[in-house]
Design a binder for this molecule. Sequence first.
Ligand code: SF4
Ligand code: SF4
Length: 281
Amino acid sequence: MDLHAFFRDEGIEIYGEAALPALSERDREYVLEFFPPGESVIVFGEAVPVDTHSLSARKKTDIMLGIAERLYETAIRLEGLLESEGIPAQHVPLYLQIRIEDGRVRGVVRLKQVAAAAGLGIPGKNTLLLNAEHGPRLLLSGVVAGESNSINTNSVQKQENAEDQGNQNPDICIGCGKCINACPAGAIVPDGVEVFSCRMISPWVPGPVVPIVKWLIGRQLLLRCMAPIAPFIAKTATIRCSRCVTECLVFGGSEKKIDSMGIFSIKKENRWIIRALLGIR
Ligand code: SF4
Ligand code: SF4
């Protein structure tokens, strides 16, 4: 099976595969709970164009939803392709793929962490995946496959290249903290985002009902009730805030961060200078 050709036909340039041993223990558990035959996760993404973020909230939401839905349709087609080759597969849902753990909302399959393991970027302080070329603007989708190394030799090359890319940019996130300071809700904390404080969610779930909503999510009750109407809600809702994306130093990609600081071009090996200038470790 030539997944290179599949992604080329789908018009997707950013993709990779993370075998289960490459994931953290927690992510391995999540994947196996989601799909017990899983041996790897094929993850892929598309960048939201920079200009999208200067459009009205309605237009921005529509564009991002369109990208997310296209990726999701690709995931369904990939699942079908794998299964036609006798490989068990399960696409990661587009909506409501959430769980409650330690009182926090988490993804059922954490695609950002999977994408990092597949070499597509690194996790930033803003908790988003930072891709060398597109910064924090990637939307992701994925398929759990019951076979690892589904991407053939050529694709492995591609994956290795992606890992190289990540390794060559270990400091895509320079830890400047701009994203944390820019968050109007103080929702970005050291171990993640307080989802119910985030302005994307808080208008829908007022503080007093948060405990009951968490309880319902934990028991899958809310998810079952909401599943049929989730696409409708997604289409009517608007993205009210994305400052953790737009204020990130690498919003336009890691090569543009220096320009955005208005200083001068500094090579990777000399990035300690920026840290020293900003007084960060
Ligand atoms: S979307 Fe806005 S409120 Fe939510 S974490 Fe990002 S900056 Fe904070
Ligand atoms: S704003 Fe700075 S600290 Fe936050 S993710 Fe971007 S580079 Fe990292």
